[in-house]
Design a protein around this ligand. Structure first.
Ligand SMILES: C[S@@+](CC[C@H](N)C(=O)[O-])C[C@H]1O[C@@H](n2cnc3c(N)ncnc32)[C@H](O)[C@@H]1O
Ligand SMILES: [Zn+2]
Length: 291
């Protein structure tokens, strides 16, 4: 398992530093006590969340590792590599994986020696993430609602937020989330967000841009100009918005090494924003907090 991080948690309500304790973290400012379960600080206060998010949180806790097949694994790996290649090198500092889930991305970032803080509102998913974490890198996890993040402003070199923003139920809350990422980043810090792409023709022929999955989880599909406008409104400088493409999703079936060739082709297309924004099933935004 990854080495514990020296990360300093703060009270998500008033920003007071929380001295490390084994069973509870107590805020000297407001007196609030946050339980620590199996070494995981729990900052989540479900009663404060939108009912749709409470529903999602309960479901995510139950569905720890959703069923998957080789196609998911292939597509996920394309996405992970697209994020990883845009991150600053290991020495750059703390990366917040905001809505880390069971840690598909987190684990690979740790393998590359990064220092990661993983936040998610599902305690069960974080338990899984911790149990399966590799020995490299430095890891700290906590349950939290991303609208009340227990980290001090300017503490992160990068924030990654993969397939989370699209499940936040209102435009105002999505905008608030992006603004809170801007505060957490140090000047010049990197933000990478991935969301469902409604620009892709297959997506447009099927479900509406916004709705509820069969599981009951809310989703909102983005178009590139909308994502760009929200990021700019939160004060970010856009470096690029591209699509994550799965052009040859079936190569992995034929021969595993062709999967690597497929990924190589997908990443080549990513470099052409107009093409990839049209054909990618996800959009990836790479942005920076201005210096
Ligand atoms: C679709 S999963 C993506 C997980 C991971 N980022 C990945 O790419 O594999 C969305 C995750 O975000 C978490 N999540 C959604 N909204 C959240 C919120 N407001 N606060 C904390 N976690 C949230 C869910 O519990 C879930 O684990
Ligand atoms: Zn407090």
């Amino acid at each position: 398992m990854a080495a514990a991080s020296a990360l300093g948690w703060v009270c998500p309500d008033d920003g007071c530093a929380l001295p490390p304790q084994a069973h509870a973290l107590v805020c000297g400012g407001c007196g609030q006590s946050y339980a620590v379960r199996d070494g995981i600080p729990c900052f989540l206060q479900p009663e404060r969340m939108d009912p749709r998010q409470q529903f999602e949180q309960t479901l995510r806790d139950r569905e720890i590792a959703p069923p998957e097949n080789r196609r998911y694994r292939y597509e996920r790996q394309v996405g992970i590599e697209a994020v990883r290649r845009r991150l600053p090198p290991e020495a750059a500092g703390l990366i917040l994986d905001a809505g880390c889930g069971i840690g598909h991305l987190t684990h690979q970032l740790l393998e590359h020696g990064h220092e990661i803080c993983g936040l998610d509102f599902s305690l069960e998913r974080l338990r899984y993430l911790k149990q399966h974490a590799p020995a490299r890198g430095r890891l700290a996890v906590a349950t939290a609602d991303l609208n009340h993040i227990p980290l001090p402003p300017g503490s992160c070199a990068a924030v990654v937020n993969t397939q989370v923003l699209e499940h936040v139920p209102t435009a105002a809350a999505r905008q608030q989330l992006l603004a809170s990422f801007a505060r957490l980043l140090r000047p010049g810090g990197t933000l990478i967000v991935t969301v469902y792409n409604f620009g892709e023709p297959w997506r447009r022929r099927g479900d509406p841009a916004e709705g509820v999955h069969a599981s009951g989880i809310f989703y909102h599909c983005y178009q590139a100009p909308e994502l760009q406008a929200e990021l700019e409104a939160a004060g970010f400088e856009i470096i690029e918005i591209c699509g994550i493409v799965h052009l040859v999703p079936h190569t992995y079936r034929l021969w595993p090494r062709l999967g690597a060739l497929g990924r190589w082709c997908d990443h080549r297309i990513e470099a052409h924003p107009r093409l990839s924004q049209r054909w990618g099933n996800l959009l990836l935004a790479h942005a920076r907090r201005p210096v």
